[in-house]
Design a protein around this ligand. Structure first.
Ligand code: AMP
Ligand code: ZN
Length: 470
């Protein structure tokens, strides 16, 4: 397949470097807040990359996605909350796992936490290598990476070396491209801050060091195949990961760099600091399903910005319904026979879908191919051109689309879950039955309408009352 590589600024043919296994690292959530749907745009696109590599290309994927559970933001957050760092970050890791499940992310092979002892030890080893090779120096209890010791520093972000100020240092985890400086590998801590000791220096890791250490420890030897994140991570985070890893090992760090463009709101990046974020529980409360969010996040190519509006979420929900309606109609096909024209449409859609995904993960075009098939099948059903012998090939096509997209299976799982607790639905059904028995039909109707407003429809049958999702 073809994949755009930020390192070379070109689309290249992708195949794993060694055997059939893709070794892939994703910079995971900084766990100082619940992840918002901007964060999840990056994670959903990365999940679809993972699924494409597995299910369409047939590779084995060894995928590591970390939790950044120590950095400037987590430490400040824990202090403000009056909690120890571990308990503070635990809550957001639990929330991430809930949202990841709701959005249908395939579990990855490893979810390391930066503060796990093995990872802290790996960070110490990396610093040791860098010091031995003359790429690091100590000052005021902290350890810095000296960017002038790396001739190609700035190759990922295309930094202009003229602008680099030799010798100037920066202690914060995040800063802008115009301010490229010697960055901190290991920070001296103030009293009361979480502290570990490596290479004889009590302190705590800089953000960039964490990912280099975890990627090399769990996916090495380098080069790994693909490193992913949102575009905001290109500089300084990924640039500095390259500097640390390549200077320590002497080998290329990652062959491909895959960056997802931002989810935006009113022309601005969705971000916690701008206060324009939306989180999954809030979206569910507003009556939308996570499967519609997943659909929306895949509706644009990952290298294009995507503007979030409630209107676009409504449209995603409608598109999901068209898809489900078509599949439900297929379930109702009872006439025997097969129709070569219909099977030809299925084959065209499969070819177009695979070509779109292999063309730098063009999910917008792949969804287009799937909906083209939905339209063709609806017309074919209307014209009596779908028979029971056509169904296995049609079902297999949708199954294969969904292995990559992960929206249909997610919707089915949601459909099995009631929108409100099952005990409450049962209590309402009993209440309605009681109202009917005392011939208070107005009260019985009110119960039914209340449930309908909350997304639950009641159906009466000779064997009793059943509920289904609206
Ligand atoms: P953070 O928790 O800030 O480290 O971010 C986790 C991931 O979400 C990173 O890969 C970011 O690049 C990505 N990210 C943050 N905001 C957005 C956004 N608005 N759209 C897409 N990705 C984002
Ligand atoms: Zn990272």
């Amino acid at each position: 397949m073809r994949l755009y590589n930020t390192l070379t600024r070109t689309e290249e043919t992708f195949a794993p470097g060694v055997d059939n296994t893709v070794r892939m690292y994703t910079c995971g959530l900084t766990v100082y807040a619940r992840g918002h749907i901007g964060n999840f745009r990056t994670f959903v696109c990365t999940d679809v990359l993972r699924r494409t590599l597995r299910h369409l290309e047939g590779y084995t994927v060894r995928h590591v996605m970390n939790f950044t559970d120590v950095d400037d933001r987590t430490i400040i957050g824990a202090q403000k909350a009056g909690m120890d760092l571990r308990s503070y970050t635990d809550q957001y890791i639990a929330a991430f796992r809930e949202d990841a499940r709701a959005l249908g992310l395939e579990p990855v092979e490893e979810n390391p936490r930066a503060t796990d002892p093995d990872n802290i030890a790996a960070m110490g080893e990396l610093i040791d290598q860098l010091e031995k090779k003359g790429h690091a120096y100590r000052s005021d209890g902290s350890i810095y990476f000296k960017i002038s010791t790396m001739a190609d520093y700035g190759k990922l972000a295309h930094l202009d070396h003229e602008g680099i100020k030799p010798g100037a240092r920066v202690d914060s985890d995040d800063y802008v491209k115009d301010d490229a400086r010697d960055f901190v590998l290991w920070k001296a801590t103030s009293p009361g801050e979480p502290t570990w000791e490596v290479v004889g220096a009590p302190g705590r890791p800089g953000w960039h060091l964490e990912c280099s250490a975890m990627a090399l420890r769990l996916l090495g030897p380098s080069p790994i195949d693909i490193h992913t994140g949102g575009v905001d991570l290109i500089f300084p985070h990924h640039e500095n990961e390259i500097a640390q890893s390549e200077c320590a090992t002497g080998h290329q760090f990652s062959r491909f760099w895959f960056h997802v463009e931002h989810l935006i709101v009113d022309e601005q990046k969705m971000s916690k600091s701008l206060g324009n974020t939306h989180i999954i529980p809030e979206i569910v409360k507003a009556g939308f399903r996570p499967s519609a969010v997943r659909f929306l996040l895949l509706s644009a190519h990952y290298r294009k910005q995507l503007n979030f509006t409630w209107e676009s979420l409504t449209q995603a929900e409608e598109a999901m319904r068209r898809l489900i309606d078509c599949i439900t109609r297929l379930d109702g096909v009872a006439a025997a026979g097969s129709h070569p024209d219909t099977i030809a449409r299925v084959e065209e859609a499969r070819t177009a879908f695979a070509a779109a995904m292999r063309d730098d993960l063009n999910t917008a075009a792949a969804l287009g191919a799937m909906f083209e098939l939905v339209r063709a099948l609806n017309s074919a059903i209307d014209a009596g051109q779908v028979g029971t012998d056509d169904l296995p090939a049609i079902r297999e096509a949708f199954h294969n689309f969904d292995l990559v997209l992960g929206i249909l299976s997610l919707r089915r799982a949601e459909d099995e879950q009631p929108p409100i607790p099952i005990e409450e639905i049962e209590r309402c059904i009993d209440e309605r039955q009681a109202a009917r028995r005392r011939r208070d039909f107005a009260a019985a109707d009110r119960v039914r309408q209340d449930l309908a407003a909350r997304g639950v429809l009641l159906e009466d049958s000779p064997t009793g009352t059943r509920w289904k999702r609206k």
